[in-house]
Write a protein that binds this ligand. Structure first.
Ligand code: NAI
Length: 282
């Protein structure tokens, strides 16, 4: 198995580190914030304990996975990696700086993957030398539980790099869907925005209640959760921002943020995290 470095040890980075180590790779988790590294180690330990309690992994395998993870505050630790997965803050300038530095540290054939959920892969790749080795690996939260990874091809991503990234993602137990063009919102964010926006418009027009929209999607289409309950969980602020970005790139009516969602956002009713959204959670 290979050497994998994860840059950014927050919610996503720690999850990616965990599943990669469980699969047998040596993992280096890098974060500029030592407190974030300590939190990540705790989060990984308690997640593995939960998997052990449910007998999804033996105590020996969990301990072996933990021993395969080392931490560092310096990106120099990425030297010699087969693949680097970046999961730092969702800001283009921060990500570009990471890719610029990484280009000086790793060899030209190291795959550079980004976990961005919305920034074009091509813009991040522009900061790296050999941008053909940059690819999007969009994992879903919580990473140890969610099976999907959206693999996104940047404008210059080579077929070989896409295939190698797919091998890595499948080796760590995820299923890939391949997005062949670097389009705003990739595929999954476009799909959820289109569905949530239409659901919100139907509710706003008095056609159907929020509860019934969600029931229709659950019982009619077999969705595990209705779109408006999903919006409350994800954050209405997050989804309005996402759909605005997509609309800017692709000005189609379905992506124009519905006025009900803009009003909820303006009122600070973001969903579960503020206790009010499409539903009340008091
Ligand atoms: P987070 O805020 O939990 O973690 C980011 C970590 O990056 C922090 O620990 C921070 O100290 C570290 N960091 C920032 N700049 C750094 C640098 N220059 N070098 C090293 N470490 C640095 O963020 P989260 O939620 O884990 O998201 C990470 C990425 O994953 C973002 O691009 C986000 O859009 C994407 N994503 C997030 C999902 C989610 O549900 N939270 C889902 C899918 C993708």
């Amino acid at each position: 198995m290979g050497k994998v470095t994860i840059i950014g040890s927050g919610l996503m980075g720690s999850g990616i580190a965990q599943v990669t180590a469980v699969a047998g790779d040596e993992v280096t988790l890098v974060d500029t914030d030592p407190a974030a590294l300590a939190r990540a180690e705790d989060a990984i330990a308690s997640s593995l304990e939960r998997f052990t309690a449910k007998e999804k992994i033996s105590a020996e395998d969990a301990a072996a996975a933990r021993s395969r993870i080392s931490t560092s505050e310096s990106m120099d630790a990425a030297a010699g990696s087969d693949i680097v997965v970046e999961a730092v803050f969702e800001r283009l300038d921060v990500k570009q700086e990471v890719f610029r530095k990484l280009s000086e540290i790793v060899s030209p054939d190291t795959i550079l993957a980004t976990n961005t959920s919305a920034i074009p892969i091509t813009e991040i790749a522009a900061a790296a030398t050999h941008p053909e080795r940059v690819v999007g690996t969009h994992f879903f939260s919580p990473v140890p539980m969610m099976k999907l990874c959206e693999l996104v091809r940047g404008h210059k991503t080579s077929d070989e790099v896409l295939a190698k990234a797919k091998d890595y993602v499948e080796r760590i137990g995820k299923t890939c869907v391949v997005v062949n063009r670097d389009i705003a919102g990739f595929a999954t964010t476009r799909l959820i925005c289109a569905l949530v926006n239409e659901a919100a418009r139907l509710v706003e027009a008095g056609v159907i209640s929020a509860e019934d929209v969600d029931t229709a999607c659950k019982l009619g289409f077999g969705h595990a959760m209705g779109p408006l309950a999903t919006a409350d969980l994800t954050g209405i602020d997050v989804l309005v921002h996402a759909t605005e970005n997509i609309y800017e790139d692709t000005p189609e009516a379905q992506f124009y943020p519905p006025s009900l969602m803009r009003r909820l956002q303006a009122s600070g009713d973001y969903g579960r995290k503020t206790k009010h959204g499409f539903y009340d959670y008091e």
